[in-house]
Design a protein. Sequence first.
Length: 260
Amino acid sequence: MTAILRNESRRLRRGSLLLGGLFGMLTAFFLAVFPAIQDEAEVIMDAYPEFVIELMGLEELNTIEGFAGGYVYPFIWVLFGGVYLAYVGGGLIAGDVQSRKLDLTLSNPVSRESVVAQKVAALWVPIVALNGAVAITLFLGALALGERLDPVALGMVHLLGIPYLLVCAGIGVVFSVIFDRVGRAQVTSLGIVFVLWLIDGLSYTDPEYEWIGDLTPSRYYDPTGILVHGEYGFLDASLLLAVFGASLVVAAAIFVRRDI
């Protein structure tokens, strides 16, 4: 019953570890410039337009919490992490359709709903790898700089970031069951996640259209609020989980009805 989950987890392990290492190095790179930004925090804040400040959650850049919430997580987690999970999700089904491996899988006594569920469940591998790499690097790097991050707040910023990553993966899964070509599914998925991230930021440029940003998943994940103010958006995380669940229902419904 879990053979697909085990096989998919093993398949994702190598790429996840490599990307986790890359994310760890990117986090270390950001931390290396923190002392310079700390000294010029006020000048930097004055230089940014308002919509960039809102998009990135820039606040208290002279503190390690504000720096992590305003620089590290908006890029490494929200943008790069979201794009990567969408990319992986886009290849879960379409990859097997294109290679004809899915024909062999479905020749066994397994339902299409179970195939989708087990493949999506295998996303625990990249999620754990990315969480571990960024959290450990950030915590130890802060100590090396003579700073200290609250481990509870750090844990919560990663825990509450998982629903956001799952929504991005869910977008990929939906397109993975729509398209037969894995490249098309992955490019479309990551492109949509990137565009949604841009829409979230651009919506702040005009108060009349700020509501449009409420339709983007990144609006419901606020690392600065968690790290700086200790505001844990459990309701926002619940909404993201509901959207993720809905995307899986849609993907399963399409996959059950489509001809491969």
